[in-house]
Ligand binder design. Structure first.
Ligand code: PXL
Length: 282
C-alpha cells in the first residue's frame, strides 16, 4: 500500500438535496481518497429548491488557504465545482502553485447551469467569461452542454439550435487551454445519454447508458467526483476508464433512485450505492 491519496475540493455545502461538497466527500471516502474541503458557501439546500439561505464565504478563503500553506498541506488533486463567486477559483490556483504534489491533477467542473438555463445566482455572461480564464489552468474540465455553451460565450441554450454542437464545443473547450474536455448530458443515440471527451493529444471517445426519464440535481457533481477518484486510483491517463466509470455509476444511482420513487429534488440515493465504488476502486 503506501499511497495515501489526498485531494482539495472547492464546492458549496448544501445542507439538503445532495450534491456538491457532500457528494465529493462521500465519493472520495468510498474510493479511499481523503477529501479536504474548501467551503466556498453554505446553503440550506441546493438552488433548485424554491427558497434557500446562502452564506458566501469568499472573504474567508484567502486566510484559510494561507493557513493550509503554513501547515504544509499538499495534494494529489485539486477539484472545484460550484462557486458562489468566481474569484474563489484564485484560491485553487494558489494551491496549484504551492501545494501540488508531483503529478497533481486539476479538475474544474464549471458549474453554471443545466438544461439550457443558468442556475439561480450570479451565473451571467461575465461570470462565464471569468470561468473560462480559470478553466485555462485546468487539466480536465467537465461541463454539461449548457455550461460548455456558456464557456464559449454563447447563450445557455445555444446547443439546442445547433447541429452537432458537441464536437465543436469539445474543440472550443481545448482552445481555452485545458488538457482534456469532457461534456456530459450528451444524447448519444435514441434513448441514450452519456459523456464525450477529447484530449489535447487527440484521444477521443464516449461512454453512454440508457436515458432515465427523470431529472435529479447533483448528478454533474457525482459524475465529476467519480471521474476524478477513478483517475487517482487507476492512473491519471486513464480518461476513458474514468469517464466510463462515472457514466456507469451515475446511471446506476439514477436508475435505483427512479425505481425507489423518492422526490427528485432530494437527489440520487448515493449512500445506498457507495459500496459499489468501494468494491471497484479499493
Ligand atoms: O449541482 C450543482 C450545484 C451545486 N451547488 C449548488 C447548486 C447546484 C445546482 O443547482 O444549486 C448550491
Amino acid at each position: 500500500m503506501g499511497e495515501h491519496l489526498r485531494l482539495a475540493a472547492l464546492h458549496d455545502i448544501s445542507g439538503f438535496g445532495r450534491g456538491s461538497m457532500t457528494t465529493a466527500i462521500a465519493v472520495s471516502s468510498a474510493a479511499g481518497v481523503q477529501c479536504c474541503p474548501v467551503v466556498g458557501s453554505v446553503l440550506s439546500a441546493h438552488t433548485a429548491y424554491p427558497q434557500v439561505t446562502v452564506r458566501d464565504l469568499t472573504e474567508d478563503l484567502p486566510g484559510y488557504i494561507d493557513s493550509w500553506q503554513r501547515i504544509g498541506c499538499d495534494f494529489d488533486a485539486l477539484y472545484s465545482g460550484y462557486m458562489s463567486h468566481v474569484s474563489q477559483g484564485e484560491q485553487m490556483l494558489r494551491l496549484l502553485e504551492k501545494s501540488a504534489r508531483p503529478g497533481c491533477l486539476f479538475l474544474v467542473d464549471p458549474v453554471m447551469g443545466d438544461n439550457g438555463k443558468a442556475y439561480a445566482g450570479s451565473f451571467g455572461a461575465e461570470f462565464a467569461r471569468q470561468m473560462r480564464d480559470y478553466c485555462a489552468h485546468a487539466h480536465i474540465v467537465t461541463p454539461n452542454l449548457t455550461e460548455a455553451a456558456m464557456l464559449l460565450g454563447k447563450e445557455p441554450d445555444a446547443w439546442k439550435r445547433e447541429e452537432h454542437p458537441v464536437e465543436r464545443y469539445l474543440e472550443g473547450l481545448l482552445e481555452m487551454g485545458c488538457q482534456a474536455a469532457v461534456i456530459t448530458g450528451v444524447e448519444t443515440g435514441e434513448g441514450r445519454i452519456g459523456a464525450r471527451y477529447l484530449t489535447r493529444d487527440g484521444q477521443q471517445g464516449l461512454a453512454d447508458c440508457p436515458r432515465v426519464d427523470a431529472y435529479f440535481p447533483g448528478t454533474g457533481d457525482l459524475f465529476a467526483s467519480v471521474l476524478l477518484v477513478t483517475l487517482l486510483r487507476r492512473g491519471r491517463d486513464r480518461l476513458e476508464e474514468g469517464v466510463q466509470m462515472a457514466v456507469d455509476f451515475v446511471y446506476r444511482c439514477v436508475e435505483h433512485t427512479h425505481k425507489a420513487g423518492t422526490p427528485p429534488l432530494n437527489g440520487v440515493l448515493l449512500e445506498e450505492m457507495l459500496p459499489i465504488l468501494w468494491e471497484k476502486l479499493r
